[in-house]
Design a protein around this ligand. Structure first.
Ligand SMILES: [Fe+2]
Length: 217
């Protein structure tokens, strides 16, 4: 047994390096088109986000006109287990439903303590963060050349507030998992809309009340 190897490798853990394919160790990404190597992209279209947008009438009207692509994701999962990481490329298209920007469904991690790092690559957007326990919301810019830290136990949704595709990479523990059910049931407490030409987080209840009153949101 080589003592040098013993000093850098826990005896109880198999070395993952030999088990990882070369094309999982090195992946080239492009921005135009936004792709992660030749990995398949999973697409989410407008119909997949039923119930997410605050303005249900605007959603149904948009759906009658078509079912556009909202976003696509391409995960890379080189290894699983304690300490390993997964990551994925996300591409969120520009557009709005009513005044509300195109966005992802949003999720919590199934393993609630798992945090995540988002690296902005192109475009202009934001991340809506919501503490699961307290409901506190933060809207954090997600831009090219920027990094957003998403703490554990925090629901997160990506929003495209620009005119071009928003491209980013999310890096998360391999055991994080994705839990969509709480967001599908309760949604986020805030909605990100264009107001006076700028993105603004607005309480969902305010949008509902304005719609009931017949006022523009
Ligand atoms: Fe996540």
């Amino acid at each position: 047994m080589n003592p040098d190897n013993d000093s850098i490798k826990p005896a109880s853990a198999p070395c993952p390096l030999a088990a990882i394919a070369s094309d999982d160790l090195f992946v080239h990404y492009t921005l135009d088109p936004a792709r992660l190597g030749d990995r398949p992209m999973t697409e989410r279209r407008l119909a997949d986000l039923r119930g997410c947008f605050a303005d249900g009438a605007a959603f149904e009207a948009a759906l009658r006109r078509g079912n556009p692509l909202l976003y696509s994701v391409s995960p890379v999962e080189p290894a699983s287990g304690d300490g390993q990481l997964h990551y994925g490329l996300g591409v969120l298209q520009p557009g709005k439903i009513g005044a509300e920007y195109f966005m992802t469904k949003g999720h919590l991690h199934a393993h609630r303590p798992a945090a995540e790092v988002y690296v902005g690559l192109a475009g202009e957007g934001a991340m809506l963060l919501e503490d699961e326990a307290t409901g506190e919301s933060r809207l954090v810019p997600l831009l090219a050349h920027s990094v957003v830290y998403v703490p554990g136990r925090t629901a997160h949704r990506t929003v495209n507030t620009g005119a071009a595709p928003l491209v980013y990479i999310g890096i998360y523990p391999s055991n994080a998992g994705h839990d969509y059910a709480p967001v599908a049931k309760n949604n986020f407490r805030h909605v990100v809309i264009e107001r006076d030409g700028r993105p603004a987080p607005v309480p969902r209840a305010e949008i509902k009340n304005r719609r009931l009153a017949g006022s523009p949101v």
